[in-house]
Design a protein around this ligand. Structure first.
Ligand SMILES: [Mn+2]
Length: 248
């Protein structure tokens, strides 16, 4: 089975619970964690440590989310926004929910910090999967940036190249943006691949404000709101193999 989970946001206990619920078996199953494993909840760094062995044996893959980018920027001492060189200071990151991650990092040795930075810096920004329900799918944290489309010769939008271009042009604004949800229908119709994202809690997208995955004809969002438990969010898991939605 291939599963996707996004925006775990420091909730290690809930993550373990959902792995148990899906009976995740590292020998047979694969899981793509679609970014934002850090911040908001208490156990971001502990979560990274927990998933690392699975990543090393290729049963799990971790994609870059904006909160991992914040950690990279903090460890580098710079904000990645081009032409500004603003510093991501501790106060700003704490306001973004990074307080517990910051505390954990402060307890690390210089060697551990260096290792963490090199691990986070090398996280991929998307993964390509194939689904019998959705076709050839791009899985990524935030989606697409309207100002960085790359067109194919037939007039369709090359999703993969557009993501790469946005990332190269302005990593920060791409990673924190939420353009995908504002893309006009006429553009969405021209995506050359279905996209699965997290980043925006589904309760902010669903008309009934439920945590149910937000599905459209062109993309779907599977952030069930684990970073916002106090607002009723939960952790969700999408099974690519069966098209099932599993919630805690
Ligand atoms: Mn995010």
């Amino acid at each position: 089975m291939l599963y996707l989970i996004s925006d775990i946001h420091g909730n290690l206990l809930e993550f373990k619970q959902i792995l148990k619920k899906i009976e995740f078996d590292g020998e047979k199953d694969n899981l793509i964690i679609m970014g934002d494993i850090l911040d908001r909840g208490p156990d971001g760094i502990a979560l990274l440590r927990y998933v690392k062995p699975y990543i090393l044996d290729n049963s799990m893959e971790l994609l870059l989310g904006n909160h991992e980018l914040f950690a990279v920027m903090y460890l580098n001492g710079v904000l990645g926004e081009k032409n500004t060189d603003r510093v991501l200071d501790e106060r700003t990151w704490t306001a973004f929910g990074g307080g517990d991650t910051l505390k954990s990092i402060k307890n690390m040795t210089a060697f551990e910090k260096k290792n963490l930075l090199s691990f986070l810096e090398h996280l991929p920004i998307y993964s390509e999967i194939s689904s019998r329900y959705l076709g050839n799918v791009i899985v990524t944290h935030t989606g697409i940036d309207c100002n960085n489309y790359v067109m194919n010769a037939d007039g369709t939008i090359n999703v993969k190249s557009s993501i790469k271009k946005a990332f190269e042009n302005n990593i920060y604004s791409y990673m924190v943006g939420m353009d995908l949800h504002q893309v006009p229908k006429k553009d969405k119709e021209r995506f050359d691949q279905f996209i699965i994202v997290g980043h925006v809690p589904c309760f902010r997208l669903n008309k009934d404000m439920s945590n149910k995955f937000y599905r459209t004809d062109y993309y779907m969002d599977i952030d069930a709101g684990a970073g916002h438990m106090e607002q009723g969010g939960t952790l969700g898991c999408y099974c690519v193999t069966t098209d099932e939605e599993i919630y805690l």
